[in-house]
Write a protein that binds this ligand. Structure first.
Ligand SMILES: Cc1ncc(COP(=O)(O)O)c(C=O)c1O
Length: 389
């Protein structure tokens, strides 16, 4: 099928979605409320209150799974250039150029790639598209923001399947829950907040079988951080003809969470069905940044080495304290402190260290992100004070 390059086909918005629906799309850790106490006088031309962008001075931001070493210089150079062209809507050629780069690296056609403002947007679009077809079957614990978005709109019901005793995705139980009435299976690999990667052979065999009955969405936001991204990815299953959608993001290893760029890979037909449900047009700065850094292997390797350095430090601290943790292959670690997760969060906040609070009823588990190595060091020094108090 030829690639339809019309702006309409690439960027059509969804007419029926409401303003409250948009506000409900809240993305991890972001707030759409206006900053309080700021006046024009606080922002002389050319200046900005540094507290409004990135962590405030002295704060170790270890709660949102960002990569503080980004964006790469290759992305920054392109952002600066693109910003100078910010009077204009992004040219579709920029989108097609990036789609082609992604397609080439993944052995698919450009028309199989859907670009969005962060992967959250395409995940929301998928939830809205497939939710009305039947329940979204998912592990009990996964990054559920976008499935909840469709649920909040009354467009989806989430059917949660308990994790195994090892807190892995219970693939057998998920498979058993899938019926012809299932709207979508949504899996996150590596999973968030557990950080666990499923065994590739077992995972891919289960995805192939389930995709014979329903569409399987695999959220690979953290795949580049895993030990063997190529072996772990489900993109080859799409080329084999299975009904599988894979989503990825520039927010994690590429260090561009605030720039907003993500994508889905699917069959050309599925990609064409998703595009009209996507709600916005990405900024020219995000396309340009993506083009700049997508193949910047030196930056990717550097980022991965920083994550590994920080993660080893966290593992060592947890070992010393005798605490249970999951063997993460991501830029965050989920560990059992034995203390109330929200109390750990509050005690860390007193020390200007930001970690995640409680997930569901996992009240003794805390997720800490691998931020700057020196910030993770601070966390590692603070944790024994809490545990041994
Ligand atoms: C598993 C997972 N998928 C997707 C996202 C969305 O990220 P973004 O919209 O920045 O691409 C996140 C954000 O933290 C995530 O953890």
């Amino acid at each position: 099928m030829p690639l339809d390059l019309s702006r309409r086909s690439l960027f059509t918005g969804a007419a029926g979605l409401t303003v409250s629906g948009l506000a409900g799309a809240g993305l991890a850790g972001c707030s759409q409320t206006a900053p309080s106490g700021t006046t024009d006088a606080a922002f002389p031309p050319g200046a900005i209150d540094p507290h409004l962008l990135g962590p405030a001075e002295g704060v170790a931001l270890l709660s949102r799974n960002e990569n503080p070493y980004g964006p790469s210089q290759s992305a920054l150079d392109m952002i600066e250039y693109a910003a100078s062209k910010g009077a204009y809507y992004a040219n579709q050629e920029a989108a097609v150029s990036l789609m082609s780069m992604i397609a080439e690296k993944n052995g698919v056609d450009p028309e199989q790639v859907v670009l969005t403002t962060g992967s959250g947007e395409v995940l929301s679009a998928i939830a809205v598209l497939y939710g009305p077809r039947g329940p979204i079957v998912a592990p009990r614990l996964f990054w559920d923001t976008t499935a909840l978005y469709a649920a909040n709109l009354g467009m989806a019901e989430i059917q949660r399947v308990p994790l195994t005793d090892e807190m892995e995705i219970d693939l057998a139980a998920i498979e058993a829950a899938v019926t012809p009435d299932t709207g979508l299976v949504q899996l996150c690999n590596p999973n968030n907040p557990t950080g666990l990667v499923s065994d590739p052979a077992t995972f891919q065999a289960a995805v192939r079988r389930m995709a014979a009955t329903t569409t399987v969405l695999v959220d690979e936001a953290y795949i580049e951080l895993s030990d063997d991204p190529e072996a772990n990815s489900c993109v080859p299953l799409i080329s084999e003809g299975h009904d599988v959608i894979v989503t990825r993001t520039f927010s994690k290893i590429y260090g561009m969470a605030g720039i907003r760029l993500g994508y889905a890979i699917a069959s050309a037909e599925t990609a064409a069905a998703i595009r009209p449900v996507v709600m916005s047009w990405s900024p020219c700065t995000s396309y340009a940044a993506g083009i700049g850094c997508y193949n910047d292997d030196a930056f990717i390797d550097f980022s991965k080495s920083k994550v590994t350095e920080a993660r080893d430090m966290v593992f060592a601290t947890l070992d010393t304290l005798g605490l249970d943790y999951l063997p993460s292959q991501t830029n965050f670690v989920y560990f059992k402190s034995g203390l109330e997760a929200n109390a750990v969060q509050a005690a860390m906040a007193e020390r200007l260290i930001s970690v995640r609070g409680q997930y569901m009823d996992y009240n003794e588990w805390t997720r800490v992100s691998m931020g700057k190595v020196e910030d993770v060091e601070r966390f590692c020094r603070a944790l024994p004070e809490l545990i041994e108090a």
